[in-house]
Design a protein around this ligand. Structure first.
Ligand SMILES: C[S@@+](CC[C@H](N)C(=O)[O-])C[C@H]1O[C@@H](n2cnc3c(N)ncnc32)[C@H](O)[C@@H]1O
Length: 391
């Protein structure tokens, strides 16, 4: 996709020409550079004027930039036959670029490119896809992949693996994509035209230093879509009430209808405050990658699959998804572009994750975990038992 200046045949360094164009369209050089550098469409008025000056139809500019408004999409859709003929049919050459490195009774781990592996997976066979791709933040991964590509290339690459994920997903299967909000806004739009939107889950986590002139980025986005109308499996855990770690009183007002509360806990919401970043060396399998929390993966797998279902994660990293799938008796398929020895080691020693997971799960599906309940009883605070006693 071309940049604005490439379409107008303007050199980004040619300040004189840009100044002149800015003057002609009653805009500023700064605004034009901003559109060009961030791959944004100028406002309608500016676009019309640019079109007039350069003898270009504004729609042509949009098409060459690869940015489509609803009205342009409608026009293209009316002319679909002619356009597809004009473009010709491109043969999609699929090269095999993956090999198996480990196998258990439940799963298979590959080393290589996830799209190459997905090309070999049959349509509609996977129950859950969870993807935590690189965020294009110029990080150094052991695979030495380029994590600093252009915005357009990153979106194009993401759409290509999303297409494959959708193809292999069963009807009623769930797809989750973990990314920064700045990327997931694009992918949620793309997915909305292909799957059914369920939730944009905000996972509260400070992931960088405050940025001057911007709100402090403090959540990751977890997109949750389903293929078809509704999920085959949807059983979210119920959460314990939040209580003060010192006085054990509840921290939030849940509406005052205590006796009406479900003793199994509170409905899970779409803002998750309780997912820790994996920093603890005991749980962090490798120092140089974004290993995800076991708690997060457990929640997703529990919510969207049954025992025996097939889970696929195209971006292995340290293998959090595969380890949790293995422990929870789900079938799984995994792949990592870089070395897979860390994942293999983790799967061989899955007892570590299992012990950690058991601790995590002790706190679900009751209003108060055992220890908190006992402390509240000692302090004369209400528990769900107080209501049982009165009935
Ligand atoms: C953010 S990490 C995933 C971390 C993982 N969720 C975990 O908890 O450990 C992304 C991983 O994707 C891998 N990767 C990047 N491109 C890939 C590709 N085309 N195919 C397979 N893996 C890829 C990177 O090497 C990196 O290890």
């Amino acid at each position: 996709m071309k940049s604005l200046y490439a379409i107008l045949d303007i050199d980004r360094k040619d300040k004189k020409k840009i100044d002149e164009l800015a003057k002609q369209i009653d805009s500023s050089t700064k605004a034009l550079n901003y559109y060009n550098d961030n791959h944004l469409i100028p406002s309608t008025k500016e676009l019309d004027k640019i079109g007039e000056i350069h003898n270009l139809n504004p729609y042509q500019i949009m098409i060459e930039m690869g940015i489509y408004s609803q009205s342009l999409k409608a026009l293209l859709s009316q002319k679909g036959y002619e356009i597809s003929k004009l473009l010709g049919i491109q043969q999609n050459i699929k090269k095999k670029n993956h090999k198996i490195t480990y196998e258990t009774e439940l799963g298979k781990l590959y080393q290589g490119d996830c799209i190459s592996l997905m090309n070999t997976i049959e349509d509609s066979t996977v129950d859950l896809v969870f993807a935590d791709p690189p965020f294009n933040l110029n990080k150094l991964y052991p695979s030495m992949m380029d994590d600093n590509i252009s915005k357009q290339d990153y979106i194009k690459w993401t759409e290509s693996w999303i297409d494959e994920c959708i193809r292999i997903l069963k009807p009623g299967g769930s797809l989750y994509i973990w990314n920064l909000p700045k990327w997931n806004v694009y992918f949620s739009e793309y997915l909305s035209h292909r799957l059914t939107f369920r939730n944009w889950i905000s996972v509260d986590m400070k992931f960088s230093l405050p940025i001057s002139g911007k709100l402090y980025p403090s959540h990751y986005s977890l997109l949750y879509f389903v293929k078809g109308e509704k999920p085959n499996s949807f059983k979210p855990d119920r959460m314990a009430m939040e209580t003060c770690p010192h006085c054990y009183k509840e921290l939030k007002d849940y509406g005052g209808y205590k006796s009406k509360m479900n003793p199994k806990g509170i409905n899970m919401g779409d803002v998750w405050y309780d997912i820790p970043p994996v920093r603890h060396s005991k749980y962090k399998k490798r120092v140089d990658a974004n290993e995800l929390s076991i708690k997060l993966m457990d929640r997703i797998i529990e919510m969207s699959t049954e025992e025996g279902d097939l889970v696929f994660d195209p971006f292995g990293g340290s293998g959090t998804t595969y380890s949790i799938a293995e422990i929870k008796k789900r079938k799984w398929l995994g792949i990592e572009l870089g070395p897979t020895d860390i994942i293999i080691d983790r799967l061989e020693n899955k007892i570590d994750d299992q012990v950690h997971l058991e601790k995590v799960r002790e706190k679900y599906n009751s209003l108060f975990p055992e220890k908190i309940k006992n402390e509240r009883i000692k302090k004369g605070l209400w528990t769900d038992d107080s209501f049982l006693c009165h009935t």
